[in-house]
Ligand binder design. Sequence first.
Ligand code: G3P
Length: 217
Amino acid sequence: MKFFIDTANLDQIKEAQDLGILDGVTTNPSLMAKEGIKGDANVKQHYIDICNVVDGDVSAEVISTDFDGIIKEGEALAALHDQIVVKVPMIKDGVKAIKYFSQKGIRTNCTLIFSAGQALLAAKAGATYISPFLGRLDDISTDGLNLIAEIRTIFDNYLFETEILAASIRHPMHIIECASIGADVMTGPLSAITALLNHPLTDIGLEKFLADHKKNQ
Ligand code: G3P
């Protein structure tokens, strides 16, 4: 499973990259706003800065919701760097734009996926990735993991090449469960990724090894 980090924070991206396990970055307008990145030129420069830190795909989201606007914005984003993947919302004009982009060789990530039907449409349009939002479904007492499993079955039935990018990951168990189901990619915060490192028995075991080593000095 590929590991993407879901942030626009350069320090956190660098930390995950330095760990040696990072395959890409996803951003969205909320994450850009959180970092205080404002204005078209600054937003574009920030995407380039992210691409220069990470070895892998960087999702950059369009703001437009009409076909012509999505195309114009998406083409400008894709031209910034060859690592850019254009993130397009799951709306009717978004699906049309994904089809257009796939015919032009521009890679896409269809975002805000909350049903298997939406995932199927985006895959048929030629999306490179689809992003089901696991945590936000859990937030409304709906089984987000079940959705990912359902999409996995559908994509395997028809050999869709579209990758399932499990998004809105909130904690390490989400990552492990997505890996068990066979999500192709997960994107989550640095805290969920680094939490995978931890186990109290590892800490106790290491402490004992080091104490025993000291006794022999
Ligand atoms: O980037 C999309 C998704 O990962 C958002 O996550 O935590 O805002 O639901 P969250």
